[in-house]
Design a protein around this ligand. Structure first.
Ligand code: MTE
Ligand code: MO
Length: 301
């Protein structure tokens, strides 16, 4: 199992958890990322950011199954049942079936990746995720030649999910990626934050993380992964396709119909912190721009 170190962020020792994981591996990853992308070390360094605290990451959330307010997931997700957990893998795969979490992750090494996280609502965080490359999981189940997209589905537990009972959004929450996006080394299935199991409000026990796309693509608490030959329906496009597209790549040049995407508010930055400019593909342009060559990103938003 080869490790792919693709994150370009570093972190100081000053974290709520102290030194809890392989910090040297993270720093080594910085060099690898710089080499792989041809980024001079100085430029990679300039992009270094401090992760948000665990408290910030777990208290300001979007998880509409549990309500619309940012503190609803922290207040209500505690009753979500996450054990036992199984994930149905089906569609155009060689080894379909119902996998336990352990079975799905068996043989893969859990890595730390510090990624920028940018919500379409124009706020952002930096999160130290733990998880595996989605591409490695897909390789395990065997992607068939006709597959072009990957669809994902979140658990539905109406008894403990007040937002599901409201019926404003049709649940299950569904998302999808093009196969090449899903196989990109930056794309991960995350199982933890700060070296601890994924908090429920953040999508326990396993959720998607696609750091160059708006946060709504990073679907939580996944129970189904389906390989398909056509673009799968996605929750926000289905609700309002004019405002939310399938691609949802972070792009400061393409505004949301109701607000600018040119800048963002950093969670934890304080009341008077200046907004920071939003970066093309959320700062991952070197790594992912080639996926969209020849596409009009204002049409394929
Ligand atoms: N199942 C599910 N997944 C979801 C959401 C949701 O409401 N339900 N919200 C999305 C949105 S809009 C964002 S910004 C991120 C928030 O992730 P976080 O709470 O870990 O920061 O989760 C995404 N994944
Ligand atoms: Mo979001």
């Amino acid at each position: 199992m080869t490790r792919r170190w693709t994150n370009d962020l570093t972190r100081d020792d000053v974290t709520p958890k102290g030194v809890w994981l392989n910090r040297r591996a993270v720093l080594a990853g910085l060099g690898a990322a710089g080499l792989a992308t041809g980024l001079p070390a100085s430029q990679a360094q300039a992009q270094a950011l401090e992760p948000n605290t665990l408290e910030q990451i777990t208290s300001y959330n979007n998880f509409y199954e549990f309500g619309w307010n940012k503190d609803d997931p922290a207040a209500h997700a505690g009753d979500m049942v996450i054990s036992p957990w199984s994930i149905t893998v089906d569609g155009l795969v060689d080894r379909p079936g119902s996998y336990s979490l352990a079975e799905l992750l068996e043989g893969l090494s859990v890595e730390e990746r510090i990624y920028r996280f940018r919500c379409v609502e124009a706020w952002s965080m930096v999160v130290p995720w733990n998880g595996v490359g989605l591409g490695d999981v897909l390789a395990k189940v065997g992607v068939q030649s006709g597959a072009r997209f990957v669809a994902f589905e979140t658990t539905v537990q109406p008894d403990v999910m007040p937002g599901v009972r409201n019926r404003i959004i049709p649940f299950p929450y569904v998302e999808g990626l093009r196969l090449d996006e899903a196989q990109h080394p930056l794309t991960m299935l995350a199982t933890g934050i700060y070296g601890e199991p994924m908090p429920k409000q953040n999508g326990a026990p396993i959720r998607l993380v696609v750091p160059w796309k708006y946060g709504f693509k990073s679907i939580k608490s996944i129970v189904r992964i389906t390989l398909t030959d056509s673009e799968p329906p996605t929750t926000w496009k289905r609700l309002n396709g004019r405002e939310y597209g399938f691609y949802a790549n972070v792009n400061p040049e393409v505004d949301h119909p109701r607000w600018s995407q040119g800048s963002e508010r950093q969670i934890g930055g304080g009341l008077f912190a200046r907004r920071q400019p939003t970066l093309m593909f959320n700062g991952y342009e070197e790594q992912v721009a080639s996926l969209y060559e020849g596409m009009d990103l204002s049409v394929n938003y």
